[in-house]
Design a binder for this molecule. Structure first.
Ligand SMILES: *Cc1c(COP(=O)(O)O)cnc(C)c1O
Length: 356
């Protein structure tokens, strides 16, 4: 439980004072039959379906449906054009350019650093330990009066492991800024989501996405879950119609597919374990980090040569071999059983290992 937390003290002055854009549809209450308020085309759209009306700025139907699935009420849910939009809004809400700073714990998702750079916000890097866990002393030493955000990705990309829950709680309790826990891969993990702990930690923002387990990357729908106060700030800053009507409709439909998605998660986890077992038998494979995600980080011989060999076969994996603490590693996303078998065969062929 976090005893005291002042959101106002953390926000940038301009954001605290911001009067948000008020859209045409925000300004009337009641039933509408003639909409002549928003300069739309009243005739329709040159398409089989009409998209001539602006969409719901707060995506009420979608948030109600997500409440059933995630258990977080609409007033604690923000929807963005991918989680990347939520990451950008966090910087714009809390970090005064050229004054404030954030803490990143590499190796981790690259977008936090890019977003910091776009917003001209400094970051302090406190590397994960050799076993890819948080360096709590290092983080404590890095925090100063201008540190506003700490980004933690769990399960972590690109390493695949979960961060120890106890350590994340230690930071939530002791840090007076906002702790962002990015759960893009939580569906593949046995760890419980931090969305259950939002009441306990008013400084917690949990990020999730429909881009990974849910198979909806092209629609761009990311979620941020936090206190109603923080979500209000997000809603003030976001572009009024950030989630388009087509995405709202298609996602609402797709969210019926929980059973299908759960089947895919089971298959992916089974494939992840099978691929790990098969790869570790190759003498050229030195280490595989136990993964709670839909990818594995594999340390192996001649990573760059293997990477280009696979590319030539049309098999694209992620080369992380030059990343600090991931030296010599490639990251393999878990595909269909057929794709995984193809990749495994290609890797064995590269090392000229005869498969039994
Ligand atoms: C893939 C990924 C995301 C997802 O971003 P979207 O913009 O929602 O597609 C977020 N965080 C991490 C760590 C990721 O790996």
């Amino acid at each position: 439980m976090k005893e005291s937390f002042s959101l106002d003290a953390l926000l940038r002055d301009n954001i605290r004072k911001l009067v948000p854009y008020s859209s045409a549809r925000d300004e009337f209450k009641g039933e509408a039959s003639v909409l002549l308020d928003a300069n739309e085309n009243a005739f329709g759209s040159p398409y089989s379906k009409n998209y001539n009306r602006y969409p719901d700025p707060l995506q009420h139907s979608l948030k109600d449906k997500l409440y059933e699935i995630k258990g977080v009420p609409p007033e604690q849910t923000f929807l963005g054009n991918g989680s990347d939009e939520a990451i950008d809004i966090l910087f714009r809400a809390f970090c005064e350019p050229a004054r404030d700073n954030v803490i990143l714990v590499p190796p981790t998702y690259g977008m936090y650093e890019v977003s910091a750079n776009i917003n001209n916000v400094a970051y302090k890097k406190v590397n994960l330990t050799a076993d890819y866990q948080l360096d709590l002393d290092g983080i404590a030493a890095a925090i100063d009066a201008h540190t506003k955000l700490i980004f933690i990705c769990s399960p972590n990309n690109p390493t695949g492991n979960s961060i120890r829950r106890q350590d994340m709680e230690t930071i939530l309790v002791n840090f007076d800024g906002v702790v962002v826990i990015d759960e893009a891969y939580i569906n593949f993990s046995k760890q419980p989501s931090f969305t259950k702990d939002l009441q306990e930690f008013p400084n917690l923002v949990v990020l999730q996405t429909l881009s990974k387990a849910w198979g909806l990357a092209a629609l761009r729908l990311g979620m941020a879950f936090a206190s109603p106060e923080i979500i209000n700030v997000f809603n003030k800053i976001k572009p009024p119609y950030n989630i388009n009507q087509a995405t709202q409709e298609i996602v609402l439909d797709a969210l019926q597919g929980v059973a299908q998605v759960n089947d895919w998660i089971k298959s992916t986890v089974a494939e992840r374990e099978a691929l790990t077992q098969a790869l570790i038998k190759l003498p050229q494979v030195q280490h595989i980090t136990p993964s709670d995600a839909n990818f594995i980080l594999v340390k192996l011989e001649e990573p760059r040569a293997l990477y280009t060999y696979l590319v030539d076969l049309g098999i694209i994996v992620r080369d992380r071999s030059k990343v600090e603490l991931c030296e010599g590693c490639l990251r393999f996303t878990i595909g269909t059983p057929a794709e995984n078998a193809l990749m495994l065969k290609a890797i064995a062929a590269f090392y000229s290992v005869v498969e039994d």
